[in-house]
Design a protein around this ligand. Structure first.
Ligand SMILES: C[S@@+](CC[C@H](N)C(=O)[O-])C[C@H]1O[C@@H](n2cnc3c(N)ncnc32)[C@H](O)[C@@H]1O
Length: 243
């Protein structure tokens, strides 16, 4: 068997899309530049941090951030008093995250491992699991949802965010964000991999997670403002509990 075939098989078994990992790795050096391709993640971070912290106060909690990338959310949760582990399959984003945490003086344990493998090693270990803007980049998102459910302690909370799949989300999140406003590089999101709230809810239920809230994340390009409000047509956030 050719080496490349071995690699792609291994990645498929790990529920990792090597092209997605490469895409984020190539951009990783600019992760903390608030004017770069990562500007939207910087701008939405206070909103999503508040959303999580209001429902699951972070201070003193053990938190896992799945698909943490360069650590924008992980660091902010650590600064809010959580003991954070950040996992990602991209080596370059993890290296950026480790360096930035040193500069910021916050402690985050960054590891290159999938949620599925960590769940087999350390089930029921975290008070809170976050998995934001990541599900639409993996081959089998239901498997990540199930792994998050295995990783959280009974009574703990799991948070997801992703993008809906419909003509409006195609117009806003792909045409608008990637081709017109150029907020994100072209090809960041593939329409077929976007996720309807009903699909995410079904995967949560199958994993034993009860969805407690779903809210939309909206953007006004003229004001350059994001806000949370009802309406799940494009970007949305989900909170769940493991009963
Ligand atoms: C859009 S970034 C989101 C980063 C971070 N969650 C945030 O919202 O600030 C998606 C991240 O998911 C990571 N990723 C993709 N597939 C993954 C997998 N199977 N396991 C872990 N991380 C993965 C990528 O390397 C990338 O860092």
């Amino acid at each position: 068997m050719m080496a490349s075939e071995t690699t792609s098989k291994t990645h498929a078994a790990d529920n990792v899309d090597a092209a997605e990992i490469r895409k984020f790795s190539e951009l990783a050096s600019r992760w903390w530049d608030p004017h770069s391709e990562f500007r939207p993640l910087h701008e939405i971070n206070p909103l999503r941090l508040d959303f999580i912290n209001q429902r699951s106060p972070l201070d003193g909690k053990r938190v896992l951030d799945v698909g943490c990338g360069g650590g924008i959310l992980s660091e902010s949760m650590a600064a809010a008093g959580a003991e954070v582990t950040g996992i990602d399959m991209g080596e370059a984003p993890l290296n950026v995250a480790r360096l930035h945490a040193l500069e910021s003086g916050v402690t985050v344990d960054y590891r290159q491992v999938t949620a599925e493998v960590l769940a087999a090693e350390n089930p029921a270990s975290f008070d809170i699991v976050t998995c934001l803007e990541m599900l639409e980049h993996v081959p089998d998102p239901a498997s990540v949802v199930a792994a998050c459910a295995r990783l959280v302690k009974p009574g703990g909370a799991v948070y997801f965010s992703t993008i809906n799949r419909n003509p409006k989300s195609f117009a806003f999140a792909i045409l608008g964000a990637e081709y017109i406003l150029r907020l994100l590089p072209r090809g960041t999101h593939q329409y077929a991999k976007l996720i309807r709230p009903s699909e995410l809810e079904r995967w949560c239920r199958a994993a034993g997670l009860r969805v407690t809230e779903m809210t939309g994340m909206h953007y006004n390009p003229l004001l350059r403002k994001y806000w949370l409000a009802p309406g799940l047509d494009v970007n949305y956030l989900v909170s769940c509990v493991l009963d």
